[in-house]
Design a protein around this ligand. Sequence first.
Ligand code: B12
Length: 315
Amino acid sequence: MVSIAEFSKDPKYTIKVVSERSGVRTVTLRAWERRYDLLEPERLDNNYRLYSERDIEIIRWITNRLDDGLSISNAVLEYKNLRKNGLWPEALPSVLPPEPSKKPGFSTEVYAKKLFTALTTRNEAEAKQIIDSVQSMFDLKVIFFEIFSPCLYEIGEAWYRGEIRIATEHYASAYIRGILLNLLQAFPIYSAAPTLLVGCGPEEFHEIASLMLAVLLRREGYQVEFLGQDLPVDDLVFYAEDTGADMVILSVSSELSARPLYKMQAMLDNLPKKPKLGFGGRYFNANIKERDKMGGTFLGESLDDAIQNVHDILD
Ligand code: B12
């Protein structure tokens, strides 16, 4: 089991985010803070509160004790007694997708096609139903590699053939991106684990593969920050220094994005912590000779290879 102490205490989240993630209304959170002195969120200049990942876990633990029948004052007392003795409660399991338990009704190929049809006909209710049912049948890797990826591939082909509008492609990829972001945020962040920055090279807007990788690496227990599209090299190097990153992992699908990155490992080597650079993506899958120019490590042709290679590098 994981102790709440392992969660980051960096102040990051507004009260609204905390409310969404813990299921406790903002007004109740403020009342608990006033009456029971439970948390001490950092205050910004505008007096807004900022909570940490650890605060969210404490609130979830308290609400679980309320569900067990304790009064709020007794739940807080129990928490404070633990802390007085130098102990931390165990974190609750995250609001993660259920472990796959049902037998698949169809092959993954069929689900990929069903998802393609739902998204290209803008049938969001159907898409949600498909996502819910595949989550109860398959592991995340299977969902990402055998359902989401072929569905996106087909969407790209349909766009290329002029069968669907650009807007439809944007709608479908935004939907899948949303599902992935929710998953990313559902996994706990372990502040003692190595820090990985995951995102896209400069001018690179295809971020879904890097987001999938961020989810899978967070599931492995790494402290992953997902940085998204189009990262400028200089800024990213500063950010790696600020965050004390152990590794920067970038997805690249064009030469335009790859070229500015050839100097990046040397820049990272000038930082005190010398973060490693890992990379992959369509450009380096197709242009094998270009891989050596990057200085860092080509993490493999697939996201599965990347996970294994990250373990090897950071171990
Ligand atoms: C969604 C999408 C977009 C969205 C992206 C939105 C978003 N928020 O991510 C938007 C609208 C931004 C977009 C823009 C463009 N797109 Co686009 N896009 C796609 C689409 C439909 C899906 C991409 C995707 O997410 N695939 C799923 C992921 C999981 O697959 P993947 O990215 O290929 O990644 C795999 C591997 O490359 C590898 N990998 C990737 N990253 C990494 C990283 C590491 C570390 C490792 C180890 C491995 C790895 O593992 C993954 C799994 O196998 C594809 C269709 C397709 N065939 O993929 C077209 C596609 C990639 N796009 C294409 C094009 C042409 C463009 C534009 C040039 C269009 C335009 N004229 O503006 C621009 C370029 C923008 C830019 N500069 O980046 C073409 C590329 C053609 C080519 N040969 O290069 C495709 C193939 C469509 C097509 N059939 O023609 N696109």
